[in-house]
Design a binder for this molecule. Structure first.
Ligand code: CDP
Length: 216
């Protein structure tokens, strides 16, 4: 079983995808973390994320858990990740890693930008999670503050809007909802309300799925 959860920056898709994976007994893959790892590899080598060849070398050297989560989630890495993710050769390299996880029984919930459109167009169910840019900036601000990082709401909002724009307008695998995705606007929903809304859709769309106890 494959569930695709796509959406713009800080929309809550990662939290929802993790909860859905637990509910359905599936593996969870944060595909953004792959692009973030590639970006940080380039940054650490003093490379330029705009350079496709350098980014491709970093993608080829990718391995999971190379960096701790907090190192991947800085604003500098966020920006660089969307620059490396625009290179077609980098995306071609990364798609194999993602499909391997998706195809491993009993299946997985994957969150990203192009899961429902490009990586797993055959997914059993697709979500496109959104929230207003202001609300998304507020959430990212809280997240960074909680980790003790310097955070400025206005610059976070600016970076989120710019990153979404870059992700939406790139020629390869742009951020957009699949035609058959369920749209979930979480602007006024908290984590639990978002999960309950998605759970109702899952129960309606995939009856009996939650009793499937494969486990990751
Ligand atoms: O957590 P947040 O939504 O801020 O970002 P993320 O999901 O970790 O993704 C970081 C960046 O990786 C995005 O801005 C995209 O440019 C890129 N990405 C992508 O192109 N395709 C994916 N399937 C996942 C992430």
């Amino acid at each position: 079983m494959i569930i695709a959860v796509d959406g713009p920056a800080a929309s809550g898709k990662g939290t929802l995808a993790r909860k859905l994976a637990q509910y359905l007994g599936l593996a969870y893959l944060d595909t953004g973390a792959i692009y973030r790892t590639i970006a940080l590899t380039v940054i650490e080598a003093n490379g330029d994320p705009h350079d496709e060849r350098t980014s491709l070398e970093a993608a080829k050297a990718y391995h999971r858990q190379k960096y701790p989560d907090h190192a991947l989630r800085t604003e500098k890495v966020s920006k660089a990740s969307s620059i490396v993710a625009a290179h077609p050769k980098v995306r071609a390299e990364v798609i194999g890693i993602q499909r391997k996880v998706a195809m491993t029984p009993p299946g997985a919930v994957l969150d990203g930008r192009d899961i429902g459109t490009v990586v797993c167009p055959e997914a059993d169910m697709k979500f496109f999670v959104t929230a207003s840019p202001e609300e998304r900036a507020r959430r990212r601000f809280k997240e960074l503050k909680a980790r003790g990082e310097f955070a400025d709401h206005a610059s976070i909002l600016r970076e989120i809007v710019l990153r979404d724009e870059r992700d939406r307008t790139r020629p390869v695998a742009p951020l957009r909802p699949a035609a058959d995705a369920y749209l979930l606007d979480t602007t006024s929903l908290d984590i639990e309300a978002t999960f309950q809304a998605a759970r109702r859709l899952v129960d309606g769309h995939l009856p009996g799925a939650a009793s499937h106890k494969g486990g990751p």
